[in-house]
Design a protein around this ligand. Structure first.
Ligand code: ADP
Ligand code: MG
Length: 641
């Protein structure tokens, strides 16, 4: 059988990236090592995870490790692992293309980063392009890999110049070997065939990697006297020492979450975060815990400083790795963290867990549930204690996700509510907590008012708020689709009801009640003209300057919610809204006079429709027949001017 062999072109984005790496990344070249080590370590994790259900997969090759080989004459550096390996198709998928959905986002971020002067190395890890960083130091890379449990291997080779070759080959052992043909070392640059250099970099970036990272090192050892050359009298002559090759382990493999806080430096924490998250920006903050007692565990959790580009993708992985006595069990451990904390990265080590635990078991495991509850509690404490400026940064990046919890985690609803921040009518530029909102309420104000919609400026100017403005009440401006779910899940905060400014009754001032009844007849007349559009016509106590607005009953869907549902391809059952009219407005007074004078006046129909359309426009909505509307206005102007 003849093996496959082909030459392929890189995807455009990959080549763009490679050019960037080859031509403009000179600083911090050593990071390619931690990228390759991190890939090898991932591959070993995957193999170890698989071996729990399929022990045969390891065969005789049970000592999982990462190995460096240096050839000073050929100027090559090779890194090998006996991890999971890749099939031919996996190589095509993983090495020929930029990872997953991030392509466009990546190129965008690089461009943006360039404009802002951000260093590209920081961006590299985030986007799953770590492998390519090796082109910073190598002008030719050969990757040979054999997937665990298969016989054929794959060789991939590229000079980073637009194309790569890929072919089926034979490889003795499972795993992946990456051979780097190093570029000429220029003045002052590090020579990656120097053993001490490799040793130093591994120590710096990858000390805690959970597998031995080894390298053959030449050293001198004394030759035992008996083995030394002897003269005829039996006296040793000649060499007293000889060169031997010894395998040296370069990393301590110390799990830093198992150490005491005082033993871990800030750099070590940050390096570990980078290793875990592939995000080379330092984290915003961290939480290092060791709990003893009935629920025993240690955890090291990080809050990233930036949201990942795919934060809102439903298939995005959670960031928690589960360990048992420092043995890796699984990544993406969703059972330990609620969805609204899925951006937290870290490690949880639970010594009492069964090593052969499966996801199904985890979901029911009491210990796991307790750990989760406990971690969530600690995270809330951490967030509540944060400096306001730091918390603002957090909220900017992750507030959106956190909000999901209001709806999904009833138990912690109040805690999450405390963490919410909104711009308000009176504070349009600085976000405010619900607590501050409540503290600022006058004794007369009974409820927390909010309004939802996608544009803050439109909301601030919404006719629905006219009366509230006049009273000096503040209103939360909710401009995030998820806020619709927040208000559904949060009926009240600190015993104050959350109340939509555009739905339900707003407390009526008593002296108005009598007057309202004067309009009953006109309003039911208007309603009869707009029967297909509105469910009621009422006197408004929201309006001051505007003549009309649309509102809903307390339980009705808001206009914004309807818009969101339509935008996401759902067809909400259309709820007719309520047309509210401002009985203090001269236009309504005059309309009443016209109506009382002649109930058959033909223009009453036109005015009814005009009022409805004004209400729609007032809240930034779209009217059904703009040209007819514009004609009516034209006619009106002609009549009155
Ligand atoms: P990332 O590690 O962020 O996914 P990389 O560019 O570093 O991105 O690697 C791309 C992919 O190539 C990895 O996700 C993995 O599937 C595969 N890969 C890289 N190195 C190895 C390796 N040593 N063993 C197995 N698979 C590897
Ligand atoms: Mg990687």
């Amino acid at each position: 059988m003849k093996g496959k062999k082909e030459t392929r072109q890189f995807e455009t984005e990959v080549q763009q990236l490679l050019n960037l790496i080859i031509n403009s990344l000179y600083s911090n070249r050593e990071i390619f090592l931690r990228e390759l080590i991190s890939n090898a370590s991932d591959a070993l994790d995957k193999l170890r995870f698989k071996s729990q259900t399929d022990p045969d997969i390891l065969q005789e090759d049970t000592e999982l490790k990462i190995k460096f080989d240096i050839d000073k004459t050929k100027k090559t550096l090779q890194i090998s692992d006996n991890g999971i390996g890749m099939t031919y198709d996996e190589v095509l998928e993983n090495i020929g293309t930029i990872a997953k959905s991030g392509t466009a986002a990546f190129v965008e971020a690089i461009e943006k980063g360039r404009q802002e002067g951000a260093l590209a190395p920081e961006l590299i890890g985030q986007f799953g392009v770590g492998f390519y960083s090796a082109f910073m130091v190598a002008d030719r890379i050969v990757l040979t890999t054999r997937k665990a449990g298969t016989d054929t291997a794959t060789r991939w080779e590229s000079k980073g110049d637009g194309s790569y070759e890929i072919e089926e080959v034979v490889k003795e052992a499972r795993g992946t070997t990456i051979l780097l043909y190093l570029k000429e070392v220029e003045n002052g640059e590090q020579d990656f065939t120097e053993e001490w250099g490799i040793r130093h970099i591994v120590k710096k970036h990858s000390d805690f990697v959970g597998y031995p990272i080894v390298m053959d090192v030449e050293s001198e050892e004394p030759i035992p006297e008996k083995e030394q050359l002897q003269d005829s009298d039996g006296n040793p002559i000649g060499e007293k020492t000889r060169k031997v090759i010894k395998e040296e382990t370069l990393n301590s493999m110390k799990a830093i979450w198992a150490k005491n806080k005082s033993e871990v430096s800030e750099e070590e924490y940050n390096e570990f975060y980078a290793h875990l998250s592939h995000d080379w920006n330092p984290p915003l903050t961290k939480l290092h815990l060791k709990l003893e007692g009935t629920t025993e565990y240690s955890a090291l959790l990080y809050i990233p400083s930036k949201a990942p580009f795919d934060l809102l993708q439903p298939d995005r992985k959670h960031g928690i790795q589960l360990y048992c006595k420092r043995v890796f069990i699984m990544e993406n451990c969703q059972e330990l963290m609620p969805e609204y904390f899925s951006f937290i990265k870290g490690v949880v080590d639970a010594p009492d867990l069964n090593l052969n635990v499966s996801r199904e078991i985890l979901q029911q495991d009491r210990l796991v549930r307790n750990i989760r509850r406990n971690l969530v509690k600690k995270l809330f404490e951490l967030l509540e204690k944060m400096e306001p400026s730091e918390y603002d940064k957090f909220y900017e990046e992750f507030g959106h996700v956190l909000k999901i919890g209001v709806h999904t985690d009833h138990e912690n609803r109040d805690k999450i509510a405390t963490l919410l921040r909104y711009n308000t009518l009176n504070s349009p530029d600085k976000k405010m907590s619900l607590k501050d909102y409540v503290d600022n309420m006058t004794p007369e104000q009974k409820e927390i008012f909010y309004i939802t919609g996608d544009d803050a400026t439109a909301l601030i100017n919404s006719p629905h708020l006219e009366h509230l403005k006049e009273k000096g009440y503040d209103v939360l401006l909710m401009t995030d689709p998820v806020d619709e779910w927040v208000v559904m899940g949060l009926p009240e905060y600190k015993e104050k009801k959350l109340k939509s400014a555009e739905k339900g009754e707003i407390e009526i001032e008593k002296d108005d009640t009598a007057k309202t009844s004067d309009f009953t007849s006109l309003f039911s007349f208007i309603k009869s003209k707009l029967d297909d559009k509105v469910k009621d016509v009422r006197a408004s106590n929201r309006l001051v300057n505007s003549v009309a607005c649309l509102s809903g009953d307390e339980a009705d869907m808001s206009a914004y919610m309807e818009k969101i549902m339509k935008a996401t391809g759902q067809s909400p059952t259309e709820t007719k809204r309520i047309l509210e009219l401002n009985i203090k407005h001269p236009a309504i007074e005059k309309l009443k006079a016209l109506y009382e004078n002649n109930r058959d006046d033909a223009s009453l129909q036109d005015y009814s429709e005009l009022l409805f359309n004004l209400a729609v426009i007032g809240e930034g909505g779209k009217i059904e027949n703009p040209s007819k509307f514009s004609q009516s206005i034209g006619k009106l102007m002609a009549d009155t001017l």
